[in-house]
Design a protein around this ligand. Structure first.
Ligand code: ATP
Length: 254
């Protein structure tokens, strides 16, 4: 099967810097599967998501979408891409415009992709809100009327309203308290199961990774040191860096 997203020997250096922050990265994301990117702060995880989103362009190597090289200037391809690949960020407070009602926030991708107008988007917005466990009347309210967990649900409703195939999520639950975190992880799990959503997720939380992602790639200072089945990578790490990451997870005393 053609991977929906693929990096081939991709490297990226920020403007004005010679040293790449990610180097020689290769992985493929198969449709319906999920991949976690893990590693310490500054390892380059968010930069990889930016490459996958077409927000940054690989300095060398390629990013492929449905088998074709991703070209941010190709408007037709980017339209298909935006319809297929959506994202959710860490902070549900800053990622939602406080001046707009939730209905307008959630319908934004439908309108910007030309799928619906404000007047025709209603049923899809209701559906998307329902799928994430929010009542239909949430559409009439403003983000400040919701808790952090509910706001992240709104962000997930916005990201899934146009039925994308892939969700790219940057630390989607790390700003949430522990019980809310579990509920949002359950929601992501359900979207994977029911809608066959492909998930690429950055997370510091290895238990979240273990519960959501079949595959894991471990990033150390911009390079992948290990990747494979999550159970294998986190359960029996082959690389000393992965072992250190796994061992650094705090455990309750026995
Ligand atoms: N706009 C930028 N300009 C220059 N360097 C940057 C920029 N953004 C990030 N970097 C550098 O790139 C490296 C990788 O950063 P990145 O945010 O991708 O790491 P990360 O693994 O996502 O970290 P964290 O877990 O803390 O979010 C870091 O050394 C960072 O300082």
């Amino acid at each position: 099967m053609t991977p929906v997203l693929e990096l081939n020997s991709a490297s990226f250096a920020y403007r004005g810097q010679t040293a790449p922050v990610v180097e020689d990265i290769s992985f493929a994301v198969e449709p319906g599967h999920s991949l976690a990117l893990v590693g310490e702060s500054g390892a380059g995880k968010t930069t990889l998501l930016r490459l996958l989103l077409g927000l940054a362009r690989a300095t060398s190597g390629t990013v492929r979408f449905d088998g074709d090289e991703l070209k941010p200037r190709d408007r037709e391809q980017m339209r298909r891409f935006r319809r297929s690949v959506q994202c959710v960020f860490q902070d549900p407070y800053s990622s939602l415009d406080p001046r707009r009602r939730v209905g307008s926030i959630v319908s934004a991708p439908l309108r910007s992709l030309g799928i619906d107008s404000r007047s025709t988007a209603g049923p899809k917005v209701t559906d998307a809100l329902e799928r994430v466990g929010l009542p239909a009347d949430a559409a009439e309210r403003y983000p400040h009327e919701f808790s952090g967990g509910q706001r992240q649900r709104i962000a997930i409703a916005r990201a899934t309203v146009c039925d994308p195939r892939v969700l790219l999520a940057d630390e989607p639950v790390s700003a949430l308290d522990v019980t809310t975190r579990v509920k949002v992880v359950d929601l992501l799990h359900e979207l994977k199961q029911k809608q066959g959503l492909t998930l690429v997720m950055v997370s510091h939380d290895l238990s979240v990774v273990a519960s959501l992602c079949e595959r894991t790639a471990v990033l150390e200072r911009g390079r992948i040191v290990e990747q494979g089945e999550t159970g294998q990578v986190l359960g029996a790490p082959a690389h000393p860096y992965t072992r250190r990451l796994v061992e650094s997870v705090p455990r309750l005393p026995a």
